[in-house]
Design a protein around this ligand. Structure first.
Ligand code: 3VV
Length: 214
């Protein structure tokens, strides 16, 4: 891996501890008390960037401000295990800006139920959510269900059936549950629904990682 965020794997991986860390310090303080508002503002920015048609002047004004903001953030980037985006479990979607904000209504070893909302920046076309973002949400929530049931897993396959259009800006329900397990294999199913209407259903295989496996 090359680029701004470095090429080396985290030290623990290089030492053979394992690709995912199972002992990340669980704190809701990283990023500060207003970090959730920051992430939500970033999502609003992405919504508006997706929807806006700025004038050249406005574009250039925003561009220079964004460059200044990016310079500020560049000074405080850290590794993925401690960055609050993705690890702040107190925030919708763990504070991950790319995911549709979701929160759990129920979670346990048998499965999870989440409520989520796709946003303008998840637009595919004609007011429908992009199918890839549906896959992102389903993979995430199934991954968490697999994690609660088994431990640290990776997706081996994920099959999604798009049954009807997934709407933007609507509270949806995503259920994921363990269908069966065979050794390291966990087979899961999921449904994404808008009220009584099924938008998508899915089946997936997640593999429990071996000790030291990336
Ligand atoms: C403060 C705390 C903060 C916490 C932070 C939050 C933590 C939250 C925690 C968690 C959140 C999770 C939310 C996110 C979830 C997202 C998950 C992803 O998207 S993962 C990325 C995409 N997936 C990959 O990149 C995998 C790439 N593939 C691989 O790495 C390997 O192929 C892997 C691991 C899947 C399997 O490889 P092998 O070498 O370990 O095992 P082999 O022997 O190949 O397979 C095991 C068994 O599975 C079958 N298998 C493997 N792949 C299969 C396939 N595609 N179809 C059918 N069977 C398959 C094989 O035939 C074998 O079966 P037989 O034991 O022989 O019966």
């Amino acid at each position: 891996m090359t680029g701004e965020f470095g090429g080396a794997l985290p030290a623990a991986v290089e030492e053979g501890v394992g690709g995912f860390r199972t002992t990340i310090e669980n704190t809701t303080e990283r990023g500060g008390v207003n970090y959730g508002e920051f992430i939500e503002e970033v999502r609003t920015f992405m919504d508006r960037a997706r929807a806006a048609c700025p004038t050249t002047e406005l574009n250039d004004d925003i561009l220079s401000r964004l460059r200044a903001i990016n310079d500020l953030l560049k000074g405080v980037t850290i590794d993925e295990w401690y960055a609050p985006s993705g690890t702040r479990t107190d925030l919708p979607a763990r504070g991950n800006i790319m995911l549709p904000p979701y929160t759990f209504l129920d979670q346990g070893a048998d499965g999870v139920v989440a409520t989520l909302r796709f946003r303008r920046f998840h637009l595919g076309g004609n007011s429908a959510v992009h199918g890839g973002y549906v896959g992102l949400a389903v993979d995430e929530v199934m991954g968490l269900a697999a994690g609660l049931a088994r431990g640290i897993t990776r997706t081996a396959y994920l099959t999604i059936n798009y049954r009807s259009v997934t709407p933007l800006d609507t509270d949806l329900e995503l259920k994921a549950w363990v269908d069966r397990t065979e050794g390291r294999k966990t087979f899961l199913r999921a449904t994404l629904s808008d009220g009584d209407r099924v938008c998508a259903d899915a089946e997936a295989l997640f593999i429990l990682l071996n000790p030291g496996q990336r």
